[in-house]
Structures are given as structure tokens and as C-alpha cells.
Design a protein around this ligand. Structure first.
Ligand code: NAD
Ligand code: MG
Length: 395
């Protein structure tokens, strides 16, 4: 007998959200969608409501919620439409929900992801920003409320798959020497440094291997994404920064590796398609079909590896700095990066100004300890304000 999982998908209209629904669609007998959420794209949400008939649909934006509600009633659907951040938290913590896919992009995902952890859900974590901003606090909440955490980020999901089942948080206890975190190097791995000044948002979002949302695509182009992932790996696997080696692997076939003290290196491979880690986490511990095609080894033919270039990708260095400073710094790094990416995508500053803005913001704000989620949100707000001031000065 298959047990039915009752799901809330936070960020269902995004790239991860849509891939999640694609996997769910293949297993209607295993999953029941209780709630879907989005920012403002109510037309996409309407289609999802038709297809999955959730009990709740939450739009962060109130006007979009009203428009959705009108359409839902016109069609005679029974979905209840809600709006606002509190409603995101509500549907992440409903007693009838056992599993929450946390796939909102950016710091906006932190509150509902915490709400899911506080109510002991199985949290499928795509929103890496939660761990970057509040690693220790979030991991403590997960433990305290007996929530469980499965990583969706392909690298962390690969590491999870390459670790032994008895891993309880102490890497040396299970004989791990280090983690090899792979990175494609993004679209500008080989571009001349001088050409980066002229890069357009569309060029930055054209990732060679992965099809993703625009924010994470820009993060991949600056390699801030890998920096955020180093911090994410640090918290998920209790790995000291020096035990995490970033490896450039342009084909994105190896999704990450774990090296053991006996010299064995275990890797997880597959086509670069997020439905694999999503299906892994949705079905866990069982394996379920994801719709991803077989890896064609003959077509791939070769796998390449390079060391990361910190001069080309200053964001990677900034992330390591934020991790070693700790306290409010990772939240500041993340917030400054979100404003920088948004400004670059909006045509307000060049691609190469992204690391400059982040560095400036990190230098302007003093280091502080963070003990609560509120402390983290304060650091986030201060960093956003500082970043906006920097932008005004530059204009
Ligand atoms: P996306 O931009 O495609 O989708 C984001 C989703 O969040 C949408 O449903 C949007 O409506 C919702 N949203 C946006 N702003 C919101 C707000 N302020 N409040 C509430 N909801 C809001 O993003 P994505 O690429 O799917 O990424 C989602 C998360 O998954 C990110 O944290 C990203 O780092 C992570 N991730 C994505 C990929 C990928 O392949 N796309 C891979 C690994 C990790
Ligand atoms: Mg990743």
C-alpha cells in the first residue's frame, strides 16, 4: 500500500514549483496537493488550481489574489484563495500537510520555511537562502520540532545520496574526508574579463546546462550561487569550510561528490534536470519515476574538471568571507546580493558592479551576533537599505 503524502508547494509557479508539479502529475496516487502559493502570477496559478484542485491557493499580492478568486468562482472550483505572508505561513503549517516544498526564491521564503519546520513537517528545501541567512537558527528549529530536511539543490541532494544512511551530522564519524561541490562555471567561464562589463541580463540568464529562474541564473553567472551553496553545505552537513572543495565541472553531469578516508569518491550523476532531486526527495526513501531521460554516457563522452578562479568570480570569495565571519554577515551577503541582482536585471547597473555592491555593503555594516529569526530579518532589512543607498550614490 502506498502512503499518500499531503503537500504544500511554496512557490508553485516558479521553475522548481513547476518541476515539482510535473513529478506529482506522474504519481497522482501518491501525492495530494493541499496548497499552492505564488507571488503574483495568478493566470499560471489558475491553471494549476484546475489541474490539482488544491484546498488553498495563496497569492502574496492582494490584487492578484482577488483576480484569482474571481476566476476560481467563475469556474466553480472549490479552492479557497488567500493572500499575504501570514497565509503563506498558515499553509506551510496546516495540520493536514505532512510535506512542504520550500521553493520561493530569495529571503521572502524564510518565514514560511520556518513555519514548516516549526510544525514538524518534512521540509524539501530548495530555498537555500533560508540556510544562508539563518543556518544555525534554522537547523536548531528543525531539530527542536522533529522536522526533517531533504535538500533539493542538486549538489546537496547528490551529497545526501553519496553519504551513508547512518550519517547523523558528524562527517568524520562516517569516514568522510571532504565534500567536492561541483559547479558548471556558468555562461562566462571562458569569457574575457574585459567583456563582462557589457554582459546583458539575457546573456547572464542563458545558463549552458540548467533551465532556472532568473535570480539563481544570475547567481550562477557570478558564481554567488556556488558561494551560497558552500554556506548551505556547511549547515546541512556540519562541514567546516576547508572540508568543502568547489570543483568546476562544465558538463554538470556529476552533481557533487563525497570523498572518504580510504580514498573512495562517491558521486551522484544524471542529466541536469531538477526533477531528479525533486523526485528523490518526494519519494524518499523510495525511488520514483521523475520523467528524466537516461544519461547517455556515449554522447557525454568526457567529463572535465578545473579549479575555481577567484579573480573572475569575486562573489565566491565574498561568500567564504561571510561564512567565516558568521553572525549577521551571511544574511547581509544574501540581501546585498538580492538587491544587486535585481538592479542588474532592471538595467540599473552593470554585471561587474554586483560584487562591488555586495563588498561595500558587507564593509559598511558592523558584525553582530544573530540569535533569533527576528535578528536575521533585521540584518536583512539593514543590508537592503544600505545597498539601495549605494545604488543611489552610484547613479
Ligand atoms: P523562480 O523565480 O522560478 O520561482 C520563484 C517562485 O517564488 C514563484 O512561484 C514566485 O511566484 C514565488 N515568489 C517570488 N517572490 C515571492 C515573494 N516575495 N513571496 C512569495 N512568493 C514569491 O525561482 P526558482 O528558480 O524556482 O528558485 C526557487 C528556489 O529554489 C530559490 O531559492 C533557488 O535558489 C532554489 N533553486 C532553484 C533551482 C532551479 O533549478 N531553478 C536549483 C536549485 C535551487
Ligand atoms: Mg545548485
Amino acid at each position: 500500500m502506498k502512503t499518500i503524502r499531503h503537500l504544500t508547494i511554496l512557490g508553485s509557479t516558479g521553475s522548481i514549483g513547476e518541476s515539482t508539479l510535473d513529478v506529482v502529475m506522474r504519481h497522482r496516487d501518491r501525492f495530494h496537493i493541499v496548497a499552492l502559493t505564488a507571488n503574483s502570477s495568478y493566470e499560471k496559478m489558475l491553471t494549476q488550481c484546475r489541474d490539482f484542485q488544491p484546498q488553498y491557493a495563496v497569492m502574496l499580492d492582494e490584487d492578484s489574489a482577488e483576480q484569482l478568486d474571481v476566476e476560481i468562482r467563475k469556474e466553480g472550483l472549490e479552492t479557497k484563495v488567500l493572500s499575504g505572508v501570514e497565509s503563506l505561513e498558515k499553509v506551510a503549517s496546516l495540520s493536514e500537510v505532512d510535506t512542504v516544498m520550500a521553493a520561493i526564491v530569495g529571503a521572502a521564503g524564510i518565514r514560511p520555511t520556518f513555519a514548516a519546520a516549526r510544525t514538524g513537517k518534512q521540509v524539501l528545501l530548495a530555498n537555500k537562502e533560508t540556510l544562508v541567512m539563518s543556518g544555525r537558527i534554522f537547523m536548531d528549529v528543525v531539530k527542536q520540532h522533529q522536522a526533517s530536511l531533504l535538500p533539493i539543490d542538486s549538489e546537496h541532494n547528490a551529497i545526501h545520496q553519496s553519504l551513508p544512511h547512518n550519517f547523523k551530522g558528524d562527517l568524520s564519524e562516517v569516514g568522510v574526508r571532504r565534500i567536492l561541490l561541483t559547479a558548471s562555471g556558468g555562461p562566462f567561464r571562458d569569457s574575457s574579463l574585459s567583456s563582462l562589463e557589457q554582459v546583458t541580463p539575457d546573456q547572464a540568464c542563458a545558463h549552458p546546462n540548467w533551465d532556472m529562474g532568473r535570480k539563481i541564473s544570475v547567481d550562477s553567472a557570478t558564481m554567488m550561487n556556488k558561494g551560497l551553496e558552500v554556506i548551505e553545505a556547511h549547515w546541512l552537513f556540519e562541514a567546516a569550510p576547508e572540508k568543502i572543495q568547489v570543483v568546476i565541472h562544465p558538463q554538470s553531469v556529476i552533481h557533487s561528490m563525497v570523498e572518504y578516508v580510504d580514498g573512495s569518491v562517491l558521486a551522484q550523476l544524471g542529466n541536469p534536470d531538477m526533477r531528479t532531486p525533486i523526485a528523490h526527495a518526494l519519494g524518499y526513501p523510495e525511488r520514483i519515476d521523475s520523467g528524466v531521460t537516461s544519461l547517455d554516457m556515449f554522447k557525454i563522452a568526457r567529463l572535465d574538471f578545473e579549479a575555481p578562479d577567484f579573480e573572475r568570480f569575486p562573489c565566491l570569495e565574498l561568500a567564504y568571507q561571510a561564512l567565516s565571519s558568521g553572525g549577521n554577515m551571511p544574511a547581509i551577503l544574501n540581501a546585498a546580493n538580492e538587491i544587486a541582482v535585481e538592479s542588474f536585471l532592471g538595467g540599473q547597473m552593470p554585471f561587474t558592479a554586483i560584487p562591488s555592491m555586495i563588498e561595500q555593503v558587507m564593509q559598511t555594516i558592523s558584525h553582530k551576533d544573530v540569535k533569533t529569526l527576528e535578528d536575521v530579518l533585521t540584518a536583512d532589512a539593514v543590508a537592503r537599505e544600505t545597498a539601495r543607498e549605494w545604488l543611489t550614490c552610484m547613479a
